[in-house]
Design a protein around this ligand. Structure first.
Ligand SMILES: CC(C)(COP(=O)(O)OP(=O)(O)OC[C@H]1O[C@@H](n2cnc3c(N)ncnc32)[C@H](O)[C@@H]1OP(=O)(O)O)[C@@H](O)C(=O)NCCC(=O)NCCS
Length: 168
């Protein structure tokens, strides 16, 4: 499969060492800490493209497929996949790397959506994003279907939530 061409205006890589404070009693990195880093990495990639204040509006499902242990590296790669109008979708992949063995494997991935905000907190347009190369164009095309699905899920979930709270 051809490699996705880097588009440095909307992508980043960040690396941290997993410390005991990031982990559960088994020495595995906490899921909440991984989610925080996913949000941070995604936001930095989105900021790089949008050059604007942003708010996280949605995170698609996150699975933890493989543990990251204390002392290992957690590496996050994030890149913009598509800009809609005021929102931008970012793909974030999480990897662990072992210092001693050099083993590296992907542990999680997520799509995060951010909304650009003006200084009054109102959504504002984001400059268009032009995908470069076939893999990026495929992700760009697929982003439309992901957005349709997440907006439908959000509409259903929010309707249920607000109907329930109104009945109380
Ligand atoms: C972000 C926020 C301002 C959007 O408000 P809103 O009334 O939904 O605004 P709009 O309906 O105009 O939607 C703005 C954009 O968000 C998108 N959006 C809204 N809800 C979404 C969801 N659940 N998933 C994905 N995109 C969503 C819309 O599709 C629209 O994108 P587009 O302009 O590219 O088509 C509001 O939801 C908010 O303040 N949320 C809290 C954000 C926050 O505190 N995040 C955590 C800290 S960063």
């Amino acid at each position: 499969m051809p490699k996705r061409k880097p588009n440095i205006a909307g992508e980043i890589e960040m690396t941290e060492v997993v410390l005991p404070n990031d982990a559960n009693p088994l020495g595995n990195m906490l899921g909440g800490r991984v989610m925080h880093l996913i949000d941070m990495a995604g936001a930095i990639a989105a900021h790089r493209h949008a050059r604007s204040l942003l708010a996280t509006v949605s995170v698609d499902s996150v699975d933890f497929v493989y543990p990251i242990r204390v002392g290992q590296l957690v590496i996050l790669r994030a890149h913009v996949t598509r800009v809609f109008h005021t929102s931008v979708e970012v793909a974030v992949k999480v990897y662990m790397e072992d210092f001693l063995t050099g083993e590296r494997r992907q542990t999680s991935s997520a799509f995060v959506t951010y909304v650009a905000l003006d200084p009054d907190g109102r959504p504002k347009p984001i400059p268009p994003f032009v995908p470069r190369g076939a893999p990026a164009r495929r992700e760009f095309d697929e982003a439309l279907e992901r957005r349709r699905h997440r907006l439908a899920v959000a509409a259903r979930t929010h309707r249920l939530y607000f109907e329930k709270t109104r009945r109380k």
